[in-house]
Design a protein around this ligand. Structure first.
Ligand code: CP3
Length: 336
């Protein structure tokens, strides 16, 4: 059993496993080089050789406990028929949703479109050291809905009128997405993934009284599917603040990933039953070594004696220096 799985499932305390969200990405020159030659991001995600190579890039540099398969959460709307493009410095753009089309998607077409992801997982698994885990992931239904219905007004706000107008359609689409997310998830595990992380990156934008419908319930259905299939599952309901406690109690995942707004001391007390992951603000990694180590040590000390996976409170920023990440990994590994 890998260190990561032993921590998640058995609450093993003999070491603090470490990996990073967005560990395969733009802060690595070797990623940027491949990206420069592959302008179409979705196509790159669906090139199983390149995707496997990118997945393993951070593990060649650092003593990480897990690889996370290089793909994107928006591969799901793509496989369900929406066009997905990434403009430089603009973020993703999706063609408008067609509900009739979506309801007519055939399972075999969906799986065929995503087959390169499963091939990439098989290729990566073969090359991965047996004591390292392979993490697969999906976007949570709400976070996908935000992109599929283009609900965002500005960086950190959703268009509440649009949300209200789309309510009926969202309800229909939610069930379809959950079905296909479970298909994608089980196929990733059958191909060799050891654990799944569910990214609810925009959970913090849900109006409080809609949290049950759009966050707790959809995540819970997927977590229950994981449990039925013995798949270890990590949830990341980013931005919901104190509602992490209610989320944890209702959804009951094997592990909770903390965002950078969560006070780690609060988490240790209020989420005490759960294996915890992450928390440190990725912006800290842009500071000097003394400040970085102080913050790393803070998280390690607070979670001493608690099942804890070192990670960040969101993805690594493109400006991060790989050399400092090397030192952070060594610091975590030598912590006693
Ligand atoms: O290393 C890893 O973590 C694995 C690969 C991974 C990517 N995206 C690759 C990627 C993972 C796990 C994701 C998840 C993802 N994608 C999320 C959830 C996590 C989070 O960051 O909140 C979300 C919301 C997306 C959607 C997405 N994909 C956005 C908003 C963008 C553009 C802006 C940005 O943050 O880069 C992407 C593009 C993307 N996905 C890149 C990478 C490496 C950058 C592509 C590039 O321009 O080179």
């Amino acid at each position: 059993m890998t260190k990561l799985i032993n921590c998640i499932l058995n609450k093993d305390l003999s070491c603090v496993p470490v990996w990073f969200m967005r560990q395969a990405g733009r802060y690595l020159p070797e990623f940027r080089e491949i990206r420069l030659q592959n302008k179409n991001f979705i196509k790159l995600c669906l090139d199983s050789n390149l995707s496997s190579e990118i997945t393993l890039q951070p593990l060649k540099r650092f003593n990480l406990d897990a690889a996370i398969i290089f793909s994107d959460i928006l591969i799901i709307p793509y496989a369900l028929g929406q066009k997905v493009t990434f403009e430089k410095n603009e973020g993703p753009h999706l063609s408008s949703i067609d509900i009739t089309n979506l309801l007519n998607v055939k399972e075999e077409d969906f799986i065929r479109k995503l087959n390169p992801v499963y091939e990439a997982i098989k290729k990566t698994k073969k090359k991965l050291n047996k004591n390292k885990s392979l993490i697969s992931f999906i976007g949570a239904p709400w976070t996908l809905i935000v992109y599929m219905f283009d609900l965002k007004k500005s960086k950190n706000q959703i268009d509440l009128n649009k949300l209200k107008e789309s309510e009926r359609n969202i309800k229909i689409v939610l069930d379809v997405i959950i079905k296909y997310l479970c298909i994608h998830l089980i196929n990733q595990v059958k191909s060799g993934a050891d654990v799944v992380q569910i990214f609810d990156s925009w959970a913090g934008l849900i109006p409080e009284k809609k949290l049950t419908d759009y966050c707790y319930e959809p995540n819970k259905k997927i977590v229950e599917f994981c449990k039925q299939n013995n798949i270890p599952v990590i949830c990341f309901p980013k931005g919901i603040k104190k509602n992490y406690k209610e989320f944890a109690e209702k959804v009951n995942p094997d592990c909770l990933s903390l965002d950078y707004e969560i006070d780690p001391e609060w988490a240790k007390i209020n989420l005490s039953k759960f294996c915890l992951q992450g928390g440190m603000d990725p912006k800290i990694l842009l500071k000097n070594e003394i400040e970085i180590f102080r913050e790393v040590d803070k998280y390690l000390n607070i979670f001493k004696g608690h099942p804890y996976i070192f990670n960040l409170g969101h993805g690594l920023l493109p400006e991060t220096d790989p050399a400092i990440l090397q030192k952070v990994v060594e610091r975590v590994k030598s912590f006693k």
